[in-house]
Structure formats: C-alpha cells, structure tokens
Design a protein around this ligand. Structure first.
Ligand SMILES: [Zn+2]
Length: 312
C-alpha cells in the first residue's frame, strides 16, 4: 500500500451563498479547480483588482470566536467552516471567489459547503501531497486548555501485530465547561477521512452561550441571527432548538480544529488531542506543525506555492 497520496482539486466548480453571522452581508462563494501546489486561495471579487489571500499559517489572524485570513487588502472572515469542508474532504487545491469579507454562516456547520463540494467531486493531480509524519510530541497551551500532537503508537514487537502502513490523522476533542455549564462534558474522536468527516462531523453546528449572544446583539452584531441559525445555550440547554447529536458541541470543536489545521498545507500523520482548545490554540498548533514540516524538509526540498497569476 502506498504511504502517500496524490494532491487533489475539485472536479468542477460549485457555489454556495448565504449571509454572514457577524456582518449579515450576503456572500456568494464560487469554488473553482486549481492546479497542484496552489493551495486554497480566497479571491475578493467584490474589491477592485480582485485581491487574494492564500490559506497558509502566515496569513492567519486570531480573532475572538473565529478564524480570519488577511494579506494586504484581501481579508476573509470566519473561514474555518469553509476550510473544514475542503480539508475534511481532502480537497487540497481550490480557488474560492467571494463577494464579501465574511463567509456564509449557513446553519453554523460545514454541511452546505461539504454537500456542494461532494456533489461535484474531486480529481487526483499528478503531484504528491506533502506529508508531515510526527516524530515528536508538540504541546501548546497551559494546564486549563491545551493541544498535544504526537506520533501514532507503534505496536509492541512482542504483540505480533504489524504497524498499519496507512498514513492517518487521529483527532480527539475533549469538551469540559465545568459542572455548572448546560453544555455537558463530552469528547469525540475520529480518524480523519472524507467519509468520516461527511458522516459524523460536517453537520455539527456552532454554539454560543445566551449571555454572549445577547451581548453581541446589543453591540449591533448578528442582528438577523436567531436561535435556529446556531445553537444558543441558556442554563436549561439549547434555546428553541434541538441537538443533532448528544455530543454535537465536541464534534463542532473537532470541525473547527480540522478547518484551522488546513492552513498547515500538509497531511499530518499522528494523533492530535485538544483539551478545551479553541481557534487561538488551533492556530498555535498549526504554526508549530508547519515549523516542524519546514525542519523536516529544508527549503530546497519544498515546492513553493504557485503565484495567483499561475493559479488562476
Ligand atoms: Zn466553528
């Protein structure tokens, strides 16, 4: 069995449109195929000159409750659910035309993006997808919140088992807001593969406490958003809504992690465990993983990503 896989892109264009949570602005996304080594590039077609930004660690901005990318005038907000759909389905190269800064919120999950991308399918390209096989443990965070990335355990020689030659990333999220929270302590673990992502993760929705929701709306943000557009928790549980899975919140945190790891631009082989992590720690882990990849692959071995002109 091959230890690596080929890069991929979309088999055909597809579109998804909807309003952003924060701004309320309508954004029509058009996903387009792109050549190998292009990565994921967002193009602001609503701005003069169509500036673009690549989804890489260097362009990532930490914002409260979400992930943004920016480079020069090209800014895209709340990209994690779009990137999760692409990364979860193993679509490595794509151009995403946007007609606004903030990504469509849809139902608070990656479901609509995943469905649209799944419908057109993906095609293999000739080049090999870069892979980072973890050979050491990386930890970010503190005692309260942390993320650990570590090598997969190899079977004991005495067990008679042979190592699984398939490269894989195992992910686990441990959610714990304390004994008084209406969001119950839970955890969820997966092996990241397109089928698993589609069937168990992509429909898990974002969630928020009722106090935060009220505070945001009092500041004039997310005025159009109702309890049906995401999960709002009060002390009794979800307000005017029902969970899709008992551990939907832990699954959504995994979805966010998958989206935030997309900026590494590599397939990680190993096990990543997040204990109460969020976008900020996800960003720190992505940076650390990219640095490890650079160490393992000195610059003359790394293919530079294509320029926008060549990618378009
Ligand atoms: Zn999210």
């Amino acid at each position: 069995m091959r230890a690596e896989r080929n890069q991929t892109t979309l088999a055909a264009p597809c579109t998804v449109s909807g309003r952003g949570y924060w701004s309320g602005a309508t954004n029509c996304l058009t996903f387009l195929p792109a050549p190998a080594d292009s990565g994921i590039r967002f193009v602001r077609t609503d701005l003069l000159g169509h500036p673009s930004v690549l989804a890489v660690v260097e362009n990532r901005d930490s914002m409260p409750l979400r992930t943004c990318l920016s480079r020069g005038r090209a800014e895209v907000d709340m990209v994690e659910h779009v990137l999760a759909a692409l990364h979860g389905l193993q679509i490595d190269n794509a151009i995403v035309h946007c007609t606004a800064c903030e990504m469509p919120a849809m139902d608070g999950s990656s479901f609509a993006f995943t469905l649209a991308l799944q419908a057109v399918g993906r095609v293999d390209l000739q080049e090999v997808r870069p892979t980072l096989t973890l050979d050491r443990t990386i930890r970010v965070g503190d005692d309260r919140q942390w993320i650990v990335a570590q090598p997969l355990p190899s079977p004991m020689p005495s067990s008679g088992l042979v190592a699984d030659p398939r490269q894989r990333l195992e992910l686990e999220y441990r959610l714990d807001f304390g004994p008084d929270s209406p969001i119950l302590k839970s955890s969820h673990a997966i092996r990241l593969e397109p089928k698993t992502f589609f069937e168990t993760i992509c429909a898990a929705r974002t969630f928020i406490g009722v106090e935060t929701a009220q505070m945001l709306q009092a500041r004039g943000m997310a005025k159009h958003v109702t309890e049906q557009d995401l999960i709002v928790f009060d002390r009794h549980g979800p307000v005017n809504n029902r969970l899709r899975y008992p551990d939907e919140c832990a699954r959504h945190k995994l979805l966010d992690l998958i989206g935030d790891l997309a900026v590494t631009g590599v397939d990680v082989v190993g096990r990543i465990t997040s204990h109460r992590g969020g976008h900020q720690l996800n960003g720190q882990m992505s940076t650390a993983l990219r640095e490890l990849f650079a160490q393992q692959n000195p610059p003359n071995n790394i293919q530079p990503l294509r320029s926008p002109a060549r990618a378009a």
